[in-house]
Design a protein around this ligand. Structure first.
Ligand code: HEM
Length: 210
């Protein structure tokens, strides 16, 4: 039977695929392409969310305590510490983003929405890099200690009260802008999930997607 040239070819092809190709179950089909970010990226994203909540809550709590009180100073010190932790971790976040793959949004959003999302993400990264540095500069210009989990970081500039006041205004402006950026980011994620019903938010979830 194998003498027919056609059957001979079929037999060879079957033998080739059995010997050299991985089993079908191991081959990457469109369904097996990852639909969410890597676990380290997801963990880093939610850790940053918690840190932002802490940073904002602490500075507002500090305002509620009497000037010069130990409680006020403690809340402020933790604001500084967690803010600096955001600065330390954002580089890891950027590296993970640059090295990893971005899972596609399904169904795909319009080009305009993609552009808006990109601009929003860029602004959030700028916030995580620039705002802590400006805060660090404020404390340096005031000649105040810069606490970081029991350590004291070096001042970035020489004491200069007038410059300190200007930097504080810039830091406050950026911090207040942050409310809108972070709020807008969260609202956009919820709109994607509940109104457009796409996988934007699920890409950042720990649950495995079917
Ligand atoms: C991404 C991280 C940070 C965010 C989102 C943030 C946000 C804020 C906000 C919203 C305020 C209050 C502004 C107002 O009263 O209108 C503030 C105040 C302040 N922050 Fe930050 N901050 C961050 C990191 C830091 C860091 C790392 C430092 C210092 C190492 C710092 C130092 C300060 C100082 C000195 C003030 C003024 C407090 C005062 O003396 O009245 N911040 N920040």
């Amino acid at each position: 039977m194998l003498n027919s040239p056609l059957l001979k070819n079929d037999f060879r092809r079957g033998l080739y695929s059995r010997c050299f190709l991985p089993p079908l179950s191991m081959m990457k089909t469109p369904q097996t392409v990852s639909q969410r970010y890597s676990i380290p990226s997801i963990a880093m994203h939610w850790a940053m969310v918690l840190l932002f909540v802490a940073v904002y809550v602490l500075i507002n709590v500090a305002e509620g305590f009497e000037k010069g009180s130990a409680e006020r100073q403690m809340a402020r010190d933790w604001h500084f510490t967690f803010g600096l932790l955001i600065f330390a971790l954002v580089w890891l976040r950027i590296a993970l983003r640059a090295l990893g793959t971005t899972p596609p949004i399904q169904p795909a959003p319009s080009a305009l929405m993609e552009k808006l999302a990109r601009a929003g993400h860029l602004a959030l990264y700028a916030l995580m890099v620039v705002l802590p540095v400006v805060g660090w500069l404020v404390l340096s210009a005031r000649g105040k200690p810069i606490p970081f989990f029991g350590l004291e970081l070096p001042a970035l500039i020489a004491p200069d009260k007038a410059l300190g006041r200007q930097l504080k205004e810039i830091h406050e402006l950026g911090g207040n802008l942050g409310y809108f950026l972070i709020g807008g980011h969260a609202v956009a994620a919820l709109l994607h999930h509940y109104v457009m019903k796409d996988n934007t938010l699920r890409r950042m979830g720990f649950a495995r997607q079917s």
